[in-house]
Design a protein around this ligand. Structure first.
Ligand SMILES: [Zn+2]
Length: 368
């Protein structure tokens, strides 16, 4: 009997064990999938969070780019000093010096002081990524698509300015061959300077300044004329011999509303870049010239995204001294001694931006 009982107990234990095993397996199947679902759900939430975070980061990227500008401060200081030096060499002086007289370069210091705050920011920003900064800040889509395509502005366009009734004289600086013959620096002075200087050339493109100023000048003429202005060019080819006084006289004879002298700057400092404006400190509009000069510089800074270095008033440029009965401006559109500026000055899209800035300025002059 005891053996039979033991056998029965053994069988019962085996049966109970089997039931427990089956139950355990059943629970495992039931719980397993549930855990899996939970896991998959969590990842989904995380994914959406990541996406949001990424979006935030992307949005901040532009700002970061903008913030990088400050770091250039050191470079800018260097540029400032360089620009002063450069002015003497080619940049500021170059335009005038080359065209008018080497002596004129010296005065530039005045311009440097005002721009200092801006120069630092401007130069710094441009060097790393000149154009990138402006585009990100503004709405890329409109500007990019609008400026490159249309060679001329049409009525109704956001870039169109009604310039009807205006007489604008454009003087593309320099010419293929310099003329070292002397002429008076000003009606009130016995000092003389070369009739026309050679100008500078691009450090990257190798292009001569006189070719770039004419190229931009002709584009500017077409754009301003398309907006209704009467535009008179002092020259339409490079093979000419027209002194700075003769160029100024064309503006005087035509009683121009605006006389624009187009030049490209140069500097001993390859990092120097940006836009500069020079005006005469004497004449009928002596009290307004700097204000207007700043209009011009600010319009160009807005249209190109490049740094405006400031407006300097003096009597060192014969082409301005002989034209004091007309609002006259010597515009340094950029530094050909800086590879980035040099490439931009020969870039059709950038040239278009320069012309748009000038059109905006002329419109302000019409409404003044
Ligand atoms: Zn020049």
């Amino acid at each position: 009997m005891s053996r039979k009982k033991n056998k029965r107990l053994t069988l019962i234990l085996l049966a109970v064990t089997a039931l427990l095993v089956v139950t355990a397996i059943g629970l495992a199947f039931t719980i397993g999938p549930w855990k899996t679902l939970k896991k998959s759900t969590k990842p989904g939430k995380n994914a959406s969070k990541v996406t949001t975070a990424q979006k935030e980061k992307d949005t901040s990227d532009p700002d970061e780019t903008t913030e990088e500008q400050p770091s250039i401060t050191a470079t800018e200081h260097a540029v400032t000093s360089e620009e002063s030096t450069e002015d003497t060499t080619e940049p500021e002086s170059t335009p005038e010096s080359s065209e008018e007289t080497t002596t004129e370069t010296t005065p530039e210091p005045t311009a440097t002081p005002e721009p200092t705050p801006e120069e630092t920011t401007a130069e710094t920003t441009p060097e790393p990524t000149p154009e990138p900064t402006p585009e990100p800040t503004a709405t890329p889509v409109p500007e990019t698509s609008a400026e490159p395509d249309p060679p001329k502005s049409n009525p109704g366009s956001s870039e169109y300015y009604d310039l009807s009734g205006m007489v604008i004289v454009i003087d593309p600086g320099h010419q293929a061959h310099a003329n070292s013959d002397q002429e008076p620096v000003a009606p009130w002075s016995d000092e003389t300077k070369a009739k026309v200087s050679a100008g500078t050339s691009g450090v990257a493109t190798g292009r001569p300044e006189y070719a770039v100023t004419l190229e931009i000048g002709l584009r500017m003429r077409d754009i301003l004329e398309s907006m209704g202005a009467t535009v008179i060019m002092t020259r339409t080819s490079n093979d000419v011999d027209i002194s700075n006084i003769e160029r100024a006289q064309i503006a005087v004879d035509n009683n121009a509303d605006v006389f624009l002298r187009l030049h490209c700057d140069a500097s001993d400092s390859s990092s120097a870049r940006g836009i500069g404006v020079f005006v005469c400190s004497r004449g009928d509009y002596a009290d307004s010239q700097v204000t207007w000069g700043n209009w011009l510089g600010n319009c160009l800074e807005e249209s190109t995204g490049s740094h405006y270095r400031g407006c300097d008033a003096s009597t060192r440029y014969s082409g301005l001294n002989w034209c004091t009965s007309v609002p006259s401006f010597l515009l340094e559109m950029g530094f050909m001694s800086n590879s980035d500026d040099d490439w931009l000055l020969s870039d059709p899209d950038y040239q278009q931006k320069i012309c748009q800035g000038v059109a905006h300025f002329c419109y302000k002059m019409k409404q003044r």
